[in-house]
Every structure is written in structure tokens, then in C-alpha cells.
Design a protein around this ligand. Structure first.
Ligand code: ADP
Ligand code: ZN
Length: 210
């Protein structure tokens, strides 16, 4: 099953994708993670992508389309995958349709204030990849899983958060109507629910417990 996770930054797409990937045995393909790894490694793609991601702008379509196309051609995607953060523009969705059939689009819905609160308090572990929030850390700055010093992503700084939200509304939100037109969208109302509750909603939306 090929599944798209759609929704604003900070809605929890990554968290739910990580869990679902384990439960379903299909890989999570996060274009954000792939780009961050390319930037860390200083590959040509990384060098091209760096300035865009730091400003909260989208990396050019051609770059991410190539990344996803190559990734989907790998053996581990033959039974499907979870696309987390791709497509993010209508041209990306149109390109995707030429090389993959999409079974479901899970749309994470979260109001702006909640998005801003979540992103500005988000901290990540550079060693084990854990994502957490300052409100869960009791003033500590170390990873509860592995003890490494947590960091704040550059694009989670306040000015950038606002820009990412604007970019989301202008370029990505139109995809909801695009996929609604194809009858594939399942909304997940995220606000005021625990991760557990939202995960149950995602499973139900995909018919996994039927
Ligand atoms: P978010 O928390 O905003 O969902 P991601 O980790 O998915 O963050 O993406 C981080 C950044 O990587 C984006 O702000 C953008 O610059 C770039 N990026 C990720 N996916 C795409 C995509 N499909 N198209 C263009 N740029 C992308
Ligand atoms: Zn850690």
C-alpha cells in the first residue's frame, strides 16, 4: 500500500510514519530527512538544498522528484511505502502519479496556533533521531532515550516557522483538494488528542484494524 502523509509542519506526520512503518513493515520515506542527511554529508543535492531548507522554503520540485523516484525504485518499496513530506506541491503530485499508484492520503489537520507552539518547542536528538517537545523535558536538554544533548532544528526558529506555515498554505494545502478530487483523503483531527489516540485514528483511516 502506498500512503501519503499530508499536513502542516509539526502535525506529527513523522512520528506516526515511524510507528506505522514498524507495524506495517513498509518503509517511511521522509524527503525532509533525506535532504537533511544530504546536507550533513555535503552531497551536491545537499549543497543545493541547504539554503532553501534553512529559510523554510521548498527545495525545487525537480530535486525532490528525482530523490523520491530513485528511492521508490528500491527493492524495499515493492510492497508499498509511507511518503512523509512528499508531495508538497501540485507538480510534485502530478510527477508522482507517473511512477506510483497512491492508495490513501492521510491528512493531518491542526490549527495554526498549535502548529507554532509545537514547532517552536520541538527538540531533536542528533544521535538517535528522537523528536520531543520542551514541555516534556522538565527543563533538561538531554535525550531521554540515549542521553545526547538535544538540538533545535534551524528551521524551527520562530521566523522560519512562520514562513514554513505560509509556504504550506500557499503551495501544499491545494493538494488536499487535488486528492479529494480523487476520493483518497482521510482527515485526522490532531488537536487535543494524544499521540496514541491519533495513531488509532490513522490505523482506522487506513482500515488496518478491520
Ligand atoms: P516539516 O517538519 O516542515 O514537515 P520536513 O522535515 O518534512 O519538515 O522538511 C524540512 C524541509 O525540507 C522543508 O521545509 C523543505 O525545505 C524541504 N522539503 C522536504 N520535503 C520537501 C518537498 N517534498 N518539496 C520541497 N521541499 C521539501
Ligand atoms: Zn537520543
Amino acid at each position: 500500500m502506498n500512503i501519503i502523509f499530508l499536513g502542516p509542519p509539526g502535525a506529527g506526520k513523522g512520528t506516526h510514519a515511524q510507528r506505522l512503518t514498524q507495524e506495517m513493515g513498509i518503509p517511511q520515506i521522509s524527503t525532509g530527512e533525506i535532504l537533511r542527511a544530504a546536507i550533513r554529508e555535503g552531497t551536491p543535492t545537499g549543497l543545493r538544498a541547504k539554503a532553501y531548507t534553512e529559510k523554510g522554503e521548498l527545495v525545487p520540485d525537480a530535486v525532490v522528484i528525482d530523490i523520491v523516484k530513485e528511492r521508490l525504485a528500491k527493492e524495499d518499496c515493492k510492497n508499498g511505502c509511507i511518503l512523509d513530506g512528499f508531495p508538497r506541491t501540485v507538480p510534485q503530485a502530478e510527477a508522482l502519479a507517473t511512477f506510483a499508484a497512491i492508495d490513501a492520503v492521510v491528512n493531518f489537520v491542526l490549527p495554526d496556533e498549535a502548529i507554532i507552539r509545537r514547532l517552536s518547542g520541538r527538540r531533536v536528538c542528533p544521535s538517535c533521531g528522537l523528536t520531543t517537545h520542551v514541555s516534556a523535558l522538565n527543563g533538561k536538554d538531554t535525550c531521554p532515550e540515549c542521553g545526547s544533548r538535544l538540538i533545535q532544528r534551524k528551521d524551527d526558529l520562530p521566523e522560519t516557522v512562520e514562513n514554513r506555515l505560509k509556504v504550506y498554505k500557499e503551495q501544499t494545502e491545494p493538494l488536499i483538494a487535488y486528492y479529494q478530487g480523487k476520493g483518497k483523503v482521510k482527515d485526522i483531527l490532531c488537536e487535543n488528542h494524544t499521540v496514541e489516540e491519533n495513531h488509532a485514528q490513522v490505523r482506522a483511516a487506513l482500515g488496518l484494524d478491520a
